[in-house]
Design a protein around this ligand. Structure first.
Ligand code: GLV
Ligand code: GLV
Length: 328
């Protein structure tokens, strides 16, 4: 029998091809690069058996009610799933697919790029060149902090897919000559030995690191974790990087820490809200580099993510295995 599927955005063709080739699948789509308006989402899901969504779509009770009892599977083209109200989804017996692991390399790469761009002040330098601020080679101009000999602390309280994400960041940073690699979380991890990672309490990580990288998932436990108390423990020369979810950070406290010189700089690939309004105070600071949530944005990674999301969706529709199913 015919299975109805709603896709909330234009996605890479890899995923679309898989769905087009699937028998008995009737696909409708919000065929745009811009987010589906809420009213269109509520209309689009009506009677759907499957929903393929993105991290910018809040899937809550209202959407599930609008979908009705046919809905068997929600497949999100993301590793994060904080936009899905899992308690409501579980209650209805709906299965959930997501896309861990396939974006590990791309996101780790972007995290390192953001760290280097922030610590070596690349956006400021580019701006100076464009605006005519580059008057000469100057011994004291645009100096930043290097990784060589530094201590890096990685915060990953939750698991993002397998352990690989945090490890992938560590593996990429070590060749820069990092001296100590600290990590904190619920438990020590045996695999951390591969990168000589030292398991330390969060307070130790915060006060001893030259670079702090937040790579945990957003949970009630990590919401607002990086607040005034957190930033006040950091070294004045330390740099804060977040490539997980914006809500892990209290942005007002971060603004205060950056503008008062409590910490040296911050690089964010995620914010609250997204997009960050162009008049947001953080954007007035030279020592804050903000990227538009592009951690997984390589052509190949987005292609693989869309294919995996399509396969998860089909597995859920057919009542068979999903390549990456979230355990609810
Ligand atoms: C990116 O943030 C994702 O969750 O895929
Ligand atoms: C991965 O991100 C982990 O925290 O293990």
């Amino acid at each position: 029998k015919l299975m109805k599927v709603f896709i909330t955005r234009r996605i890479p063709q890899e995923g679309m091809k898989i769905l087009a080739a699937a028998e008995g699948c009737e696909v409708s789509q919000w065929d745009s690069d811009e987010p589906v308006p809420r009213s269109e989402l509520l209309k689009g899901v009506q009677g759907a058996h499957g929903l393929l969504c993105l991290l910018s779509d809040k899937i809550d009770q209202e959407v599930l009610d609008a979908a009705g009892p046919n809905l068997k599977v929600i497949s999100t083209m993301s590793v994060g799933f904080d936009h899905l109200v899992l308690s409501e989804i579980k209650k209805r017996g709906i299965r959930v697919g997501y896309t861990p692991d396939v974006l590990t390399d791309a996101t780790a790469e972007l995290t390192v790029a953001l760290l280097l761009a922030t610590s070596r002040r690349l956006p400021e330098g580019v701006e100076e060149v464009k605006s005519g601020g580059w008057s000469s080679w100057k011994p004291l101009w645009l100096c930043g902090y290097g990784l060589s000999g530094s201590t890096v602390g990685i915060i990953g309280l939750g698991r993002i897919g397998k352990y690989l994400f945090r490890m992938a960041i560590a593996q990429r940073l070590l060749p820069f000559g990092v001296k100590r690699l600290l990590y904190s979380g619920r438990t020590a991890k045996s695999y951390a030995a591969e990168v000589n990672g030292e398991f330390v309490p969060l307070d130790t990580l915060t006060s001893e690191s030259d670079f702090i990288v937040v790579s945990c998932s957003l949970t009630p436990e990590t919401q607002g974790l990086c607040d005034k108390a957190f930033f006040s423990k950091m070294k004045k020369t330390a740099i804060f990087i977040n490539s997980s979810r914006g809500a892990v950070v209290n942005q007002e406290d971060l603004y205060d820490a950056l503008s008062s010189g409590q910490i040296a700089a911050a690089g964010l690939d995620v914010t609250t809200p997204e997009p960050l309004p162009t008049n947001h105070p953080l954007l007035t600071l030279k020592n804050c580099v903000v990227l538009p949530h592009i951690g997984s944005a390589t052509y190949s990674t987005r292609g693989v993510m869309s294919a995996l999301a399509a396969q998860n969706l089909l597995g859920g529709l057919q009542g068979s295995d999903m390549p990456s199913e979230l355990t609810l």
